[in-house]
Ligand binder design. Structure first.
Ligand code: FAD
Length: 463
């Protein structure tokens, strides 16, 4: 048995490694246990490798538009293996970066699968045997994996999860994507841009269902313009797998339609990695596949915390890492504030990009508030026109009585970068007045954020 740690973190994804580094910065003795890759899903199979691949698709798309910019590009093509190699290289680079950061902060890294045999104890199965560790506090950050629906399970050949889609055995010719959340839509956007005939099936009544309905509708229009087929209020009931071919039985409007594909990507959500940790024996509450915590990520067990994807939505890396910082600081005795899910922006890096924070217009109305809504289109913004990116919208929703910025929703070029301006505004409890008095640099896409606020109060200048 080694000397006790102050904190043991299980899982080195963005939640886990950030918690470990912050705890170490605060002078605690910290170990992190990881069974696969430092950086977790985010750096190895999620956020980063997808963005690397989407960047290749974006440049490919722009190359086809070379003439619009007075340029010549001939013989435009791609090498999928090289696109994937670049993405894997970037993931590897960041994975080593996490190793370096943990070392720099003197965090002990134990590579192996952890279980918790009793409160304060962690048993790690490593390549060399079992290592027993003890700590005053344990942070569970074991993340999540792809949800598999019966009959639609991935096989790595015809039916893929996100992992297969990041290491594709071939370029799909006719692709079915099941699920139109961020993960499904990003892969649909990538493969469609590279030329796969792409069909997206969404069980709810619109694609990107967590977004504002107006943004979903604009996304739909843009994707259809790029040749994608979108089937909303539709459900894949069955997949018949044959030699290099899958026949999907898709129910829509009470009828079942059969459609043939060579590849299916299943993106129907995720399930938390709760198994094999010994949580049941400890009395940790699990709701479906997620560990139940209070607003401070505390479980029912004294000294045991759960953060990130394991602890429920929103399933985003920045939520995981922010919770990691909060819990590390709380363990170190600092005063902390719970993470507010409604202040966490969601970004989808499809083409065009989608980003939002706070309430949708429908949700704001449901709360009974009187609201003011402002909009500003990309086609009226000088920088957007100069960039050749005049498709898109910025929309804001204010509480009429207080001027509180309730929500912001965007679609168009670089909106995943723009949204943070409104996130900061909400964090600082900004009102419409503060935003109107703020000077935005010209020419920038950010001017649309100003104009949308002005529009909510009938004062937009350029539209
Ligand atoms: C394709 C895809 C794209 C995504 N894109 C984005 C994006 O653009 N932006 C965004 O914010 N989010 C994105 N996400 C979500 C993001 O990856 C997750 O929200 C984030 O990784 C969650 O972090 P985490 O620390 O909770 O867990 P994870 O990153 O899942 O890390 C958990 C770690 O725990 C380890 N582990 C599990 N069990 C054990 C055990 N018993 N012992 C030891 N180690 C264990 C795992 O090996 C893993 O490394 C994406 C996800 C996917 C799949």
């Amino acid at each position: 048995m080694s000397t006790p740690f102050d904190v043991i973190v299980i899982g080195a994804g963005p939640g886990g490694y950030v918690a470990a580094i912050r705890a170490a910065q605060l002078g605690l003795k910290v170990a992190v246990v990881e069974r696969e890759h430092l950086g977790g899903i985010c750096l190895n199979w999620g956020c980063i490798p997808t963005k690397a691949m989407l960047r290749s698709a974006e440049i490919f798309h722009l190359m086809h538009r070379a003439k619009d910019f007075g340029l010549k590009a001939e013989g435009i093509g791609y090498d999928l293996d090289a696109v994937v190699k670049r993405s894997r290289g970037i993931a590897k680079q960041l994975n080593s970066g996490v190793g370096h950061l943990l070392k720099k902060n003197k965090v002990t890294v134990v590579m192996g699968a952890a279980t918790i045999p009793a409160e304060g104890k962690v048993s790690v199965t490593t390549g060399k045997g079992t290592q027993e560790l003890t700590a005053k506090a344990i942070i569970l950050a074991t993340g999540a994996r792809a949800r598999e629906l019966p009959g639609l399970e991935a096989d790595g050949d015809l039916v893929w999860t996100y992992k297969h889609a990041l290491l594709p055995p071939r370029m799909p010719k006719r692709l079915l994507v099941i699920g139109s959340g961020a993960i499904g839509i990003e892969f649909a956007s990538f493969y469609n841009t590279l030329g796969a005939e792409t069909v997206v099936v969404e069980v709810l009544d619109r694609i990107l269902p967590v977004e504002d309905a107006e943004i979903s509708a604009l996304a739909r229009k843009a994707f259809e313009g790029q040749g994608m087929t979108l089937m909303e209020s539709a459900m894949v009931k069955k997949l018949d797998r044959g030699q290099g071919k899958v026949t999907a039985h898709i129910e829509t409007g009470g009828k079942v339609e059969k459609m043939a594909f060579d590849t299916v990507i299943s993106a129907v959500g995720i399930v938390g990695n709760t198994e094999g940790l010994g949580l049941e024996g400890l009395g940790v509450k699990i709701d479906r596949t997620h560990v139940v915590t209070d607003a401070y990520c505390r479980t029912e067990v004294e000294g045991l915390y759960a953060i990130g994807d394991l602890a429920g939505p929103p399933w985003l890396a920045h939520k995981a890492s922010h919770e990691g910082v909060m819990v590390a600081e709380m363990i170190a005795g600092k005063q902390v504030h719970p993470v507010k899910p409604e202040s966490i922006a969601g970004c989808t890096y499809c083409h065009p990009q989608v980003a939002s924070v706070g309430m949708t217009e429908a949700r704001a109305k449901e709360t009974g508030r009187k609201i003011k809504v402002g909009r500003f289109p990309f086609m009226a913004n000088g920088k957007a026109i100069a960039l050749g990116e005049s498709e898109g919208l910025v929309k804001v929703i204010f509480d009429q009585a207080t001027g509180e910025l309730l929500g912001a929703h965007m679609i168009g070029a670089e909106v995943t970068e723009l949204i943070q301006g409104y996130v900061v505004g909400r964090q600082l409890e900004t009102t419409e007045e503060d935003l109107m008095h703020t000077v935005f640099p010209h020419p920038t896409l950010s001017e649309m954020m100003h104009e949308a606020v002005l529009d909510a109060y009938g004062r937009a200048i350029h539209f």
